[in-house]
Design a protein around this ligand. Structure first.
Ligand code: UD1
Ligand code: MG
Length: 457
């Protein structure tokens, strides 16, 4: 990566009224991460060492969110929304610190990739003063058109200011630009607002730089890089593109996805080679899967760690804090929360394990429930190595089942069970020979008597 210093100015002061939301537009999520955080990631991926976020609408929400995804960013409030050049100038103080490269990015254009930005920076390094990231489309309506001459870019014309001829140009402005730091403020300060919208257009710096004899060029990126989000339909479109990219990346890294279009990843999902993911699986945030695991169909997984060769699902729900160690099994209709399932342990059917440890090799019978909550507090269940919990048992926490402990089916266990002990926590069965037949005869004659009484009336 180049040694040149780089500041990324991210514009996010727009109101986003078309989202019809109480949440600022750029905080709506793609793959579980605010869209503006995707933009920050791309900037960092392209080598930006400093970040300036220009905010307006929902400033408080933005500050709170940015503390998580961009803790080092400087925040600037654009009080009045007077156009993209005006917005960049809100970050004047950051720009004037003096950087080699300034990357101007939009907070609502989340699929911009680091390569496109790095390529633009590369052109600055070669001597250009302004590099505009462009894309080609058959439907250019609404975008600024890139007007080129002799390999250089001479102007960007906004749709509303275009002539009929210019409207036919299919090479468009993605919005993002790389500007040489030493020229940035001088160019931005020269922008006026004499145009159809009466706004200070960032795009005007192209002509201004040209008039000063500076080198201005356009680079070309894919359409996705330019996809701006204005409503929830576009949000879903961006999510779809993001998921498609991520699925392909996972497959090329050695993960089998049987029906890739039905598997959903989060921005931070980590998944090892030779893992097989069956159809309809959801990975929420914070999931790590090691190598060689099997994730069966219809599993919902978030905040969980799955070690190598584990077997999960079908229809498993792993919630935050689920920690499955090597070769553990969590089967159908089981929920695991804040619990370690140690090596080779099996939780196979219709079970809830919460706030617990299941020791290595333990076997949890169908329908077992850890009763971890009394309506006020959570309590821990510790199940020792090699323990056997009979089906339909309730383990009332806090409770400890010792190593090798054996719990009879249908037990309600309220007291600790020592190592290798057998515990029953249920009524004993009573069997009375012949009593079943006697009962049946009694009931039959009672029913017959009732019927006869009815027909006599
Ligand atoms: C802009 C470009 C256009 C390009 C298109 C790509 C300009 C003048 N036009 O148009 O050439 O084809 O993007 O999508 O740059 N913002 C602020 N404060 C403002 C104005 C805008 O923060 O005062 C932010 C918005 O929140 C948004 C971004 O800047 O994130 C772009 O603004 P927007 O109004 O969407 O510009 P477009 O009309 O789409
Ligand atoms: Mg826009």
């Amino acid at each position: 990566m180049s040694q040149r210093s780089c500041l990324s100015v991210i514009l996010a002061a727009g109101e986003g009224t078309r989202m019809k939301s109480a949440l600022p537009k750029v905080l709506h999520q793609i793959a579980g991460l605010p869209m503006v955080a995707h933009v920050v990631k791309a900037a960092e991926g392209a080598g930006a060492s400093a970040l300036a976020l220009v905010i307006g609408h929902g400033a408080e929400d933005m500050r709170k969110a940015a503390a998580k995804f961009a803790p080092k960013a400087d925040m600037f409030v654009q009080e009045q929304r007077l156009g993209t050049a005006h917005a960049v100038l809100a970050a004047r103080q950051a720009i004037s610190k003096g950087y080699d490269d300034i990357l101007v990015m939009f907070g609502d254009t989340p699929l911009i990739d680091a390569e496109a930005l790095a390529a633009a920076r590369g052109r600055l390094a070669e001597g250009a003063a302004v590099v505009v990231i462009g894309f080609r489309t058959a439907n250019p309506a609404g975008y600024g058109r890139l007007i080129e001459k002799d390999g250089g870019l001479i102007a960007i014309r906004e749709e509303k200011d275009c002539s009929e001829e210019e409207k036919k140009i299919g090479f468009c402005n993605a919005g993002m630009m790389a500007v040489a730091g030493k020229h940035a403020l001088k160019l931005l300060d020269a922008v006026g607002n004499k145009n159809a919208k009466g706004e200070y257009y960032l795009t005007d710096i192209v002509e201004i730089a040209g008039a000063q004899g500076l080198d201005v060029v356009a680079t070309e990126a894919s359409f996705e890089n330019a996809l701006g989000i204005n409503n929830r339909a576009e949000l879903a479109q961006a999510e779809g593109i993001w998921q498609t990219r991520r699925r392909r990346e996972a497959m090329l890294a050695g993960v089998t996805l049987i029906a890739p279009e039905t598997v959903y990843f989060s921005h931070d999902t980590e998944i090892g080679a030779d893992t097989i993911v069956e159809p309809n699986v959801w990975f929420g945030p914070g999931v790590t899967v090691a190598q060689g695991a099997k994730i069966h169909a219809f599993s919902h997984i978030e905040g969980a760690t799955i070690a190598s060769n584990c077997d999960v699902g079908p229809f498993a729900r792993l919630r935050p804090g689920a920690d499955l160690r090597t070769k553990a099994k969590v089967g159908n209709f089981c929920e695991v929360k804040q619990a370690i399932v140690e090596e080779g342990a099996k939780v196979n059917h219709l079970t809830y394990i919460g706030d617990a440890r299941v020791g290595a090799g333990a076997n949890i019978g169908a329908g077992t429930i850890t009763c971890n909550y009394d309506g006020y507090s959570k309590f821990f269940t510790d199940i020792g190595e090699g323990a056997f919990i009979g089906s339909n048992s309730s383990l009332v926490a806090p409770v400890t089942i010792g190593k090798g402990g054996y719990i009879a089916s249908g037990s309600v266990i309220t007291e600790n069970v020592p190592e290798d002990a057998l515990a029953f926590g249920r009524a004993r069965q009573k069997t009375i020979p012949g009593k079943g037949k006697e009962l049946r005869e009694r009931f039959a004659s009672a029913a017959a008597a009732k019927k006869k009484a009815g027909s006599d009336h």
